[in-house]
Design a protein around this ligand. Sequence first.
Ligand code: LCS
Length: 395
Amino acid sequence: MKEKNKRNLETEIIHVGYHPDPIAHSVSPPIYQTSTFAFESAEQGAALFAGKEKGFIYTRLGNPTILALEEALAFLEKGSAALATATGMAAVSTIYLTFLEKDSHMIGTSALYGPSRNIIETEFARFGVSSDFIDTSDLNRIQKLIRKNTRLLFIESPANPTMAITDIKACAELAKANNLILVVDNTFASPVLQNPLELGAKIVIHSLTKFINGHSDVVGGVIISSTPELHQRLQKVLRMHGGTMDPHQAWLVLRGLRTLNLRIEKAQGNAEKLASWLESHPKVAWVNYPGLESHPQYDLMKKQMKGPGSMISFGLKGGYEAGLKFINNVKLCTLAVSLGGIETLIQHPASMTHASVPKKEKDEAGITDDLIRLSVGCEAYEDLMADLEQALSLC
Ligand code: LCS
């Protein structure tokens, strides 16, 4: 293990989590496409169920292909263990089901991915769960809202789609002092650019659908815990409510993961250039990108992230109408939700990804009607710029 820890991230991403199979020695991990596993005897079956013996029983409870992905992600996020889930939202809801109870309270970032917030305000509210979604970059506000029954502090940084950054280390200290569990949705950064557990968070989640898989062809999620105790509590709930991953899905995500570093490097390089270019464009009113010095938390980004990533949000001087015309006229960029794939995607969060959040709350969170979100991909920068320029010229 000591040897392994000395290796660079770009090496680990390619190798971690796979031990060549003992039968065929295949270089690519086998897909254990099975729902169930045979027991050697009734006694062995009973021992596996009782936890006295290690092994596989039934794919909802665990599977070797899924485990390979979980081991890789736990290692890259510097966690104790990981749980792969059917989607990113299955990861979010498993956390809520595990740590919230009747009459409990949580605090979250106001610009969370829409359904991560909406499920609390509409569904968990039916069970007496209350919540405050606020600008979590304001630590004093968090402190003031903490109550005796507050269980979770759930932050997304950078946040979807405002690109607001929350100080993870400061939140971890606040959470520790008040006995809360700090959960960080690290989807926008990926483990290549940010490791929240190293900054004191207790749990990290990702929508694997995004950067980690990276090819817009799979949905998936993961929960990485800092301690075996948290992992076991989450595992128990996940296994019962059944939001587990499928082996073929795990294999695809593991394949995508192997090039994460290369994709992030290329997409981030494109995004840095595009953000500067957009900021100086006469038709652009504002740009939110943590890699620009004009971003209010630029210094914090440099402190807690290894790079600003490849998500940009911006607004046009012509407002909502101009924005709509713009996204209807791009040709190379694809008008679609989701993000983190090799291809550049563009969308309008107020009417799409965050449509489920009421207008007043969207406005408070900075998800304004003129906000356009760009997930920058790995195409040639010149081609992306030419596409955006031709669409802007029509606005
Ligand atoms: N967390 C973040 C930050 C996300 O952006 C998303 C999905 C999720 C969690 C949920 O993951 P899923 O269940 O979709 O795998 N974000 C989307 C978006 O911005 N456009 O489409 C989906």
